[in-house]
Design a protein around this ligand. Structure first.
Ligand code: NAD
Length: 479
């Protein structure tokens, strides 16, 4: 007997969409309109590198324009193809609707291994790709706003922003054409870490609900939980860092391209910073301090732990390994790490999955804040911070006067006064907005999960909320 046939990434997203759509009372025509990808632009362009002309293939898919601009990252990887970009664009539409950021869904990709090029070559390639998209309004502050994804970072976003400005010298909103930019180019505090921090907030909220924790067969809080992370890139690194440093969890395994590193003693967990530094230096986790290296990284997905966080690529938990996954709780930090078939197997085995639509939404939530900041051309907190501090100072002075006049032996502690007097800066405001959105969204999902007998899990709840919101938007437009 051969291996079971797995649908493509795009088909997998569609299968999940159809499962959810069955639970919603909408006309078949409207369901189909929401499901399809509106358009995908494929571009092939040449760049002269060291005297040779090299041809590259890139994509920008626009899944749903029920709201504009459409939003979604640009990925640099050799595996990029039209099916993948369309699947990721669809996930963006549903994700934005779920977390209530006013964007449609899009995604871009360039078929390239960025590690094979020097920085100046990557800049040339990125600028040329951006030029092709900008001249067709596929990058535009009011129509289509990219962000970083796998293989890209604030560096590429800076090149794209600069390219846009060169081509639109009088556009006052030029800065808002892309998010995830460096701070000095109109970026926002907390964007680089946002997706990982969002995963931390998502788990914090999950552990505030003992009933949900019990569904996963776990108990207690996040502190002390044993976590395995796949992919120590932007998302995986920040998630692991916040979960261990602030959440008190133990990172007992990290899986990368070359294999996995497992903590020697589970009591301690790995030193995430040390493993990340080793990965930066050597390109792998082999030989990283504080752990034992195993070559078979994929098998480590099946190792015993409390929480498994796939944060690298799609399709890693599939029909070939779903029945051997031991973690009772899986957090989809990557987009689509669990295929539609594996999802069913895991559910039937009682696993709880915190789905990608929600878990990794932190990036687009903070991108939304950055876009608003760029349009308003003012840093968050700039107007109110000192005024807030002055009002707090007034209150502290009055309390201290009352305490002193009453002759009380005890007063306000220095630590309280220092912390209370400090007005919120941009980073604190961004974190607060992100935490609020993650908490509110989780609560909406769990209300549906527990409140409706036909909603089997958080993923279905997430899709139902998203599809209903998109449907409402289309209906208001007369569709
Ligand atoms: P990244 O390029 O910064 O990191 C990816 C990491 O995964 C790298 O360290 C890479 O070596 C590792 N990796 C790649 N293939 C692997 C494999 N087969 N096995 C083990 N490790 C592997 O990318 P990222 O931005 O962290 O994105 C990771 C995932 O999160 C993607 O699915 C992306 O779509 C999703 N995501 C990213 C963001 C964001 O803000 N960057 C937001 C939402 C979702």
């Amino acid at each position: 007997m051969g291996l079971p046939v797995e649908p493509s990434f795009r088909q997998s997203v569609d299968l999940i969409f159809s499962r959810a759509a069955q639970l919603i009372d909408l006309s078949p025509g409207l369901k189909e309109k929401i499901r399809v990808c509106n358009a995908t632009y494929t571009v092939r362009f040449g760049v002269r590198l060291d005297g040779e002309i090299c041809t590259f293939t890139g994509y920008r898919a626009i899944h749903s324009e029920h709201m504009e601009p459409v939003k979604g990252g640009i990925r640099y990887a050799l595996a990029v193809n039209q099916d993948e970009v369309e699947a990721l664009a669809a996930l963006m539409s549903y994700k934005c609707a779920l977390v209530e950021v006013p964007f449609g869904g899009s995604k871009g990709g360039l078929r390239i291994d960025p590690r094979k090029y020097a920085e100046h070559q990557l800049e040339q390639i990125t600028r040329r790709f951006a030029y092709e998209l900008i001249k067709r309004d596929l990058i535009n502050p009011s129509q289509n706003v990219p962000a970083p994804d796998m293989g890209t970072s604030e560096r590429e976003m800076a090149w794209i922003a600069d390219q846009y400005r060169r081509m639109h010298t009088t556009d006052i909103h030029a800065e808002a054409c892309v998010t995830g930019k460096p701070l000095h180019m109109g970026g926002i505090h907390g964007r680089t870490e946002a997706t990982g921090r969002g995963i931390f907030y998502a788990l914090q909220e999950f552990f505030r609900h003992p009933e949900d924790v019990a569904r996963a067969g776990l108990d207690g809080g996040l502190a002390g939980k044993r976590i395995i992370v796949q992919g120590l890139g932007n998302v995986g690194y920040h998630a692991a860092k916040f979960l261990s440093e602030e959440g008190g969890a133990r990172i007992i395994g990290i899986i990368e391209r070359d294999g996995a590193i497992l903590a020697e003693g589970e009591r301690e967990g790995l030193d995430v910073e040390a493993v990340a530094a080793h990965l930066r230096e050597t390109g792998g986790v082999k030989g990283a301090p504080g752990g034992r290296f195993v070559r078979d990284g994929l098998a480590t997905l099946e190792a015993e732990c409390d929480i498994l966080i796939p944060a690298a690529i799609e399709g890693v938990i599939n029909l070939t390994n779903a029945d051997r996954i031991r973690a009772p709780l899986i957090v989809e930090a990557a987009n689509g790490p669990i295929t539609a078939g594996a999802d069913e197997i895991l559910r039937s085995r009682g696993k709880v999955i915190i789905p990608d639509l929600f878990a990794n939404a932190g990036g687009v939530i903070v991108s939304y804040f950055e876009w608003v900041k760029n349009l308003s051309r003012i840093r968050f907190g700039r107007l109110q911070r000192r005024q807030e501090e002055a009002r707090h100072a007034l209150l502290v002075a009055e309390l201290q006067r009352i305490i002193s006049e009453a002759g009380l032996a005890t007063g306000l502690s220095d630590d309280f006064v220092r912390r209370y007097l400090k007005g919120a800066d941009e980073l604190e405001l961004v974190r607060s907005g992100l935490d609020d959105t993650m908490r509110g969204t989780y609560q909406a999902m769990r209300d549906l999960w527990h409140g409706r007998g036909d909603v089997p899990d958080l993923r279905m709840a997430a899709y139902i909320i998203a599809i209903e919101r998109i449907a409402l938007s289309y209906r208001s437009k007369g569709l």
